[in-house]
Ligand binder design. Structure first.
Ligand SMILES: Cc1cc2nc3c(=O)[nH]c(=O)nc-3n(C[C@H](O)[C@H](O)[C@H](O)COP(=O)(O)OP(=O)(O)OC[C@H]3O[C@@H](n4cnc5c(N)ncnc54)[C@H](O)[C@@H]3O)c2cc1C
Length: 393
């Protein structure tokens, strides 16, 4: 089968869905092809902290009804070390900006619902997506669906297919520079059917390793433990997880962690990764397809949204005026924010995690940095400004 569209988008994660949504508002036609089922992508538990800019964009583009009803607006986070909690008043320090707790899978559900309501093309469970002609003016994608092959000719292809996707690999050898760093630890994350034990996120540094108390709703908690890379979920029965969380999150004044049924458990590697440039010919990479940040800074999903905001404006300008100035600058515009987010996520990771073979000297430095942030207004302001997110470009 043959078809045509203006923009072919590979991947129905936050990047691909948001791009399709923004293009639709500009009257630009697109197709989204996704190799998983709708059910799968709508229930994939990942990030949950939305920056102010992400929330504002959802509100301005009409996909925030449920977000505004169910999202939990937070004005601060807690840094906990040596058994004492220190609140960082994010909004006071960052000009009133805040974060909103709303699961990534809920953003995905809202964007899929909006796309289907608008009658726009989205194909789930496609196989064997291939790109061709990306160096020319009329590229195409080809995919298999229900035993038939479809080729879609287009003006642009957006590779929004995550870190393990195929779009990045379509760029000829030698074009991309890769920058990566694997952290010497991973995160074991659980979702638990129990009311959160704290009203705000708690980032805890402990001699046994980092722990994070987060949440998804008034009845669902999200908790993380630093574990060794290569850890299997089966190494950590639920009782062991709760016991370890209790130790790492304990305070001198007897804070109590509520436990409950674990409804989801996963181990995620902690990695930094960037490719430069994020474009080649008529192919543009966005989100995790182009960069990964360690989750400590809560930036992955928000960076994906920032990329496609820049890309949608650049594509719209091309159709409106014929000028490729914004498209040509896409990579450079995005990479400034990407590297700031890498720097912040690395800073947070280094401040809070236990590194293998850490000596008492490094231990003291880590605590000194935490104290500087907890008691010094300038250091706290820098953290707050980065955490709530820089304004969209
Ligand atoms: C396991 C995991 C846990 C995470 N946890 C957190 C967290 O706790 N906190 C946090 O802040 N961030 C977290 N992140 C980061 C955050 O979720 C990502 O940054 C975000 O999902 C990026 O969105 P994206 O749309 O770029 O990529 P993705 O969400 O990965 O979407 C890519 C889409 O492309 C599809 N796809 C892949 N290959 C193909 C193909 N060949 N053909 C068609 N479709 C394809 C995928 O199925 C997927 O739907 C996590 C990431 C991972 C991988």
């Amino acid at each position: 089968m043959k078809a045509t569209t203006q923009v072919a988008i590979i991947g129905a994660g936050p990047a691909g869905l948001f791009l399709g949504h923004l293009l639709g508002l500009e009257g630009i036609d697109s197709i989204i092809v996704e190799n998983r089922s709708r059910e799968y992508v709508e229930h994939r538990v990942r990030a949950g902290v939305l920056e102010q800019g992400t929330v504002d964009l959802m509100v301005q583009t009409g996909v925030a009804d449920r977000l505004q009803r169910e999202g939990l607006v937070h004005h601060g986070i807690e840094l906990r070390f040596n058994g004492v909690g220190h609140r960082i008043p994010l909004s006071d320090l960052a000009g009133g900006r805040s974060i909103t707790i709303y699961g990534q899978q809920e953003v995905v559900k809202d964007l899929i619902a909006a796309r289907l309501a608008g009658g726009r093309d989205i194909r789930f469970e496609v196989e064997d997506v291939q790109l061709s002609g990306i160096a020319g003016k009329r590229p195409s994608i080809r995919f298999a669906e229900a035993a038939s092959a479809t080729t879609v000719d287009c003006d642009f292809i957006a590779g929004c297919d995550g870190f393990h996707g195929i779009a990045r690999g379509a760029i000829p050898d030698g074009v991309l520079s890769h920058y990566d760093y694997d952290f010497p630890f991973a995160w074991l994350g659980i979702l638990a059917a129990v009311a959160p034990s704290a009203n705000e996120l708690v980032y805890a540094r402990h001699e046994r390793g980092f722990a994070l108390h987060s949440l998804r709703s008034p009845t669902v908690s999200r908790l993380y433990l630093q574990v060794d890379p290569g850890t299997e979920v089966s190494d950590w029965p639920d009782d062991r997880i709760w016991e370890e969380l209790r130790v790492r999150l304990a305070t001198r004044d007897g804070w109590v962690l509520r436990d409950g049924p674990v409804i989801e458990k996963n181990v995620a590697a902690m990695r930094s990764f960037v490719v430069e440039p994020m474009q080649f010919g008529r192919l543009f990479l966005a989100g995790d397809a182009a960069h990964i940040v360690p989750a400590t800074g809560a930036k992955g999903l928000n960076l994906a949204v920032a990329d496609v905001y820049v890309l949608a404006r650049a594509i719209a300008a091309w159709y409106r005026t014929g000028s490729s100035t914004l498209l040509d600058a896409y990579s450079e515009t995005c990479l400034k924010r990407v590297w700031r987010a890498q720097e912040f996520s690395n800073y947070m990771s280094a401040m809070l995690h236990r590194y293998p073979g850490t000596d008492p000297f490094r231990d003291r430095l880590q605590v000194a940095r935490l104290e500087a942030v907890s008691t010094g207004e300038e250091a706290a302001r820098a953290l707050a400004t980065n955490y709530v997110g820089l304004p969209l470009p």
